[in-house]
Ligand binder design. Structure first.
Ligand SMILES: C[C@H]1O[C@H](O[C@H]2[C@H](O)[C@@H](O)[C@@H](O[C@H]3[C@H](O)[C@@H](O)[C@@H](O[C@H]4[C@H](O)[C@@H](O)[C@@H](O)O[C@@H]4CO)O[C@@H]3CO)O[C@@H]2CO)[C@H](O)[C@H](O)[C@@H]1N[C@H]1C[C@@H](CO)[C@H](O)[C@@H](O)[C@@H]1O
Length: 410
C-alpha cells in the first residue's frame, strides 16, 4: 500500500516486506571474540537483533582470531562460504578492502553518525577515500599487576624498563616467582619496547623500513636482557595460555595486556576480588613511552546476498546502546564518542584507565601490508628471546623481509 501511495511504477516492484521496511533472510556473522569469555556476550547481543527483526535469522559463528583472516580470504576468493558480516581486526580491514572483499558502506544504513567515531578508530576503516567497515572496539596495552603481591613485596608499579627489572627482582626474591611475564610468541608484545627505544616497524610517511635501525636493534637487546636477567618469564609457544594462567594463578605479578584480556583475567582465582587487578601505563624505554593501537571493526562481505539485513546488523552491533552494554559486561572500549557519556561507561574503571592510553597510542599505518609485518617479526623476536639469534641479526633479517613485502620502500 505504502508503495502505490508513492505512485511511481518501480515502487510497485518492491515486495511487501521491503516497502514495510521489514528485513528478512539470513545474516551469517563470523565473530572472532574470545571463546569462553567474550563470545557469550556478543552472541546474546546478536540475538537481540533477531528480536527486533523477527524475519531475520542471525547465524552466529565464533571463528578463532588466529584462523579467521585466512579463512575469510579463502572463502571470499573462492566465492563460497564467506559470511555476510565479519569481525575484521584493524589490520585486516585495509587488506580485505584492497582485495575487493568488502562492501563500501558510505551512505548505507550500516554507517550511522560516522562523525561520532573516535578518529583513531575510524582510521582503519578508510581505504582509498571509502569506508569499508564500522569500528566496534578500540584497544591498546598496559601493565596488568597483582596488587596483593605488590603490597607483600613492598614495590610500586614500574614506570621504566629499568624499574621493571628492579621490581621484578624484588618480587622474585620475595615470592620465588618471576615478577613479569613477557609474551614471546606474538610480536605485538614487542611493540611497546620498540616504541620505548624510539623505534617503529616502518615509517609510512617516508615509505621506509625502520625495524632494523639502531632503535630496533636496541629494543631487541632490551627484551633479550629482560629474559636473560631473569626479570621476565617467557615462552616460545602457547604464550596466551601460559601468560594468562601464570597471571591468574599468581605465579607472576605483572604482564602486559589489553582490555580484551580483562574478562578472562577476572575468572582467575587471584582476581575473584576484581579490586586486586591494577592497570598502569606500559614502562617507558630509554627515550620514549608508548603502546600500540589495536581493535576490531565490523565489515560486510562484498558478495553478501543480504546486504540490507547485513547493513542493519552492523549498525545495531555498533550502536551506542550496544557499545555501552559491551563495556558493562566485558570492559571493552567503545569506539563512539557518545558512548563514553553513557553511565555504564563513565563509571567503568578499566575504561577510565585505557581511554587516555588509547588516545596517546602509537598509530599504525593502515595499509594492506600492515598485518603481514607481524609474522616475519615474531619469528626473529622469539629467536632472540630463546637465544637462537642475536638482536642485530634479528633486526636485519626482519628488515630484509619487510623490504620484500613493501615494494620500493627504503
Ligand atoms: C600474526 C598476526 O599478525 C597480525 O595480527 C596482529 C594485529 O594486526 C595487531 O593489531 C594485534 O592484534 C591485537 C588486537 O588488535 C587486539 O584487539 C587483541 O585481539 C584479541 C581480541 O580483542 C579478542 O576479542 C580475541 O579476538 O582475541 C584477539 C587476540 O588475542 O589482541 C591482538 C594481539 O594478539 O596483534 C596481532 C598479532 O597477534 C595480523 O593482523 C594477523 O592477525 C596475523 N595472523 C595471521 C597469521 C597468518 C600466518 O602468518 C595466518 O595464516 C592467519 O590466519 C593469521 O590471521
Amino acid at each position: 500500500l505504502a508503495a502505490t501511495a508513492c505512485g511511481s511504477d518501480d515502487d510497485k516492484s518492491n515486495d511487501a516486506s521491503k516497502s514495510s521496511g521489514e528485513l528478512s533472510g539470513t545474516v551469517t556473522w563470523w565473530d572472532t571474540s574470545t571463546a569462553g569469555s567474550e563470545d557469550k556476550v556478543f552472541k546474546k547481543i546478536a540475538e537481540g537483533f533477531e528480536k527486533k527483526h523477527p524475519k531475520v535469522d542471525v547465524k552466529y559463528v565464533n571463528v578463532p582470531f588466529g584462523e579467521a583472516q585466512n579463512k575469510f580470504k579463502n572463502a571470499a576468493q573462492s566465492g563460497s562460504g564467506a559470511p555476510d558480516v565479519i569481525r575484521s581486526e584493524v589490520a585486516w580491514t585495509p587488506e580485505f578492502a584492497d582485495l575487493g572483499y568488502l562492501a563500501p558502506l558510505d551512505g548505507t544504513p550500516a554507517l550511522q553518525k560516522a562523525d561520532d567515531f573516535l578518529k583513531q578508530a575510524a582510521a582503519s576503516t578508510k581505504y582509498k577515500d571509502k569506508t569499508y567497515a564500522v569500528p566496534q572496539v578500540i584497544d591498546s596495552m598496559g601493565i596488568f599487576y597483582n596488587k596483593k603481591i605488590f603490597k607483600a613485596a613492598g614495590v610500586e608499579v614500574p614506570k621504566t624498563v629499568a624499574e621493571l627489572k628492579t621490581v621484578s627482582k624484588k618480587i622474585k626474591d620475595k615470592t620465588g616467582n618471576p615478577g613479569f611475564y613477557l609474551r614471546g610468541d606474538d610480536a605485538y608484545w614487542f611493540l611497546s619496547f620498540l616504541y620505548g627505544e624510539g623505534g617503529d616497524m616502518v615509517d609510512a610517511s617516508s615509505q621506509s623500513v625502520t625495524i632494523d635501525n639502531p632503535a630496533g636493534v636496541k629494543a631487541m637487546k632490551v627484551v633479550k636482557d629482560l629474559v636473560d636477567s631473569g626479570a621476565a618469564k617467557t615462552d616460545a609457544t602457547d604464550g596466551w595460555e601460559n601468560m594468562q594462567s601464570s597471571f591468574k594463578d599468581g605465579k607472576v605479578a605483572m604482564m602486559i595486556n589489553g582490555p580484551w584480556a580483562v574478562a578472562d583475567t577476572y575468572a582467575g582465582k587471584e582476581f575473584k576480588d576484581k579490586t586486586n587487578l591494577g592497570v598502569a601505563p606500559v614502562p617507558a624505554g630509554s627515550v620514549a613511552q608508548g603502546a600500540p593501537q589495536g581493535g576490531h571493526n565490523l565489515a560486510v562481505y562484498a558478495g553478501s546476498k543480504n546486504l540490507d539485513a547485513s547493513y542493519a546488523f552492523v549498525d545495531y552491533m555498533t550502536s551506542v546502546k550496544t557499545q555501552a552494554q559491551v563495556t558493562k559486561e566485558l570492559n571493552l572500549l567503545p569506539t563512539r564518542t557518545s558512548a563514553y557519556a553513557q553511565e555504564s561507561v563513565v563509571d567503568n574503571e578499566i575504561v577510565g584507565f585505557f581511554k587516555p592510553v588509547v588516545e596517546s597510542a602509537v598509530e599504525r599505518p593502515w595499509i594492506p601490508e600492515t598485518g603481514s609485518l607481524f609474522a616475519p617479526l615474531v619469528t626473529e623476536y622469539t629467536k632472540v628471546l630463546t637465544g637462537q639469534t642475536t638482536p642485530e641479526k634479528a633486526a636485519k633479517t626482519t628488515g630484509d623481509s619487510y623490504r620484500k613485502l613493501l615494494k620500493g620502500w627504503k
